[in-house]
Ligand binder design. Structure first.
Ligand code: UP5
Ligand code: MG
Length: 192
């Protein structure tokens, strides 16, 4: 795939920062296809006959990053299957080597959205969602591990792209619609 033909926006931010929620709104207004790396991994984990099911489950529960060969293969497959040229890639890359590998193997990113959120806010959102989500990582032990991984390994991806001037940072502790009112103009400017 070439950057001239395919637009990829990486949507990054800590666990519970609202990546999925904001992507759903962008899909409606801007016709992007939303690919959540976490959702793709959860689907693969549940797929009968998957050789990675058990591994993915363990990594997610421990808040660890699944080996990138698996995630990149799932993303690449989803991009090829989707007949679109605009993708929001949500929750990936989660480590610098993943960013470099994806851009080498699949396509270079156009832009990065970074949802910046205090941990306390993310914690409350995830605990609340955990009452009904059924996600094996929406419990206090897993959430704490996810925060550690985000700070140590995933946040450096944002810093990397900042040096390339590709990052749009959005504070996201406010209501969903207030956050979106900051995201929308960025997309209008870039993609309309
Ligand atoms: N909510 C959202 N916005 C709100 C707002 N403004 N005000 C009030 N409430 C708000 O939102 C989370 C919750 O908060 C929801 O209940 C929502 O209604 C509410 P959501 O939009 O789901 O936030 P999001 O940032 O998408 O949170 P998520 O939990 O999905 O983030 P994670 O990054 O933790 O999860 P992900 O699914 O991306 O990854 C899960 C695991 O998969 C990782 O920990 C890792 O083990 C593995 N993984 C990989 O190994 N590699 C990858 O590339 C991707 C994932
Ligand atoms: Mg999500």
């Amino acid at each position: 795939l070439s950057k001239d033909d395919v637009t990829v926006v990486f949507v990054l931010g800590g666990p519970g920062s609202g990546k999925g929620t904001q992507c759903a709104k962008l899909v409606q207004d801007f016709g992007f296809v939303h690919l959540s790396a976490g959702d793709l991994l959860r689907e693969e984990q549940e797929r009968k006959g998957s050789e990675f099911g058990e591994l993915i489950r363990n990594y997610i529960k421990e808040g660890k990053i699944v080996p990138m060969e698996i995630t990149i293969a799932l993303l690449e497959k989803a991009m090829i299957e989707n007949d679109s040229n605009r993708f929001l890639i949500d929750g990936f890359p989660r480590a610098l080597d993943q960013a470099l590998q994806f851009e080498k193997e699949v396509v270079e990113s156009t832009s990065i959205l970074f949802f910046d959120c205090p941990e306390e806010v993310m914690l409350q959102r995830l605990l609340k969602r955990g009452e009904t989500s059924g996600r094996i990582d929406d419990n206090i032990e897993s959430i704490k591990k996810r925060f550690v991984t985000f700070k140590s390994t995933s946040y450096p991806v944002v810093e990397h792209y900042r040096t390339l001037n590709k990052v749009h940072t959005i504070p996201c502790a406010d209501d969903v619609n207030v956050v979106y009112s900051k995201v929308k103009p960025i997309f209008e400017e870039m993609f309309q």
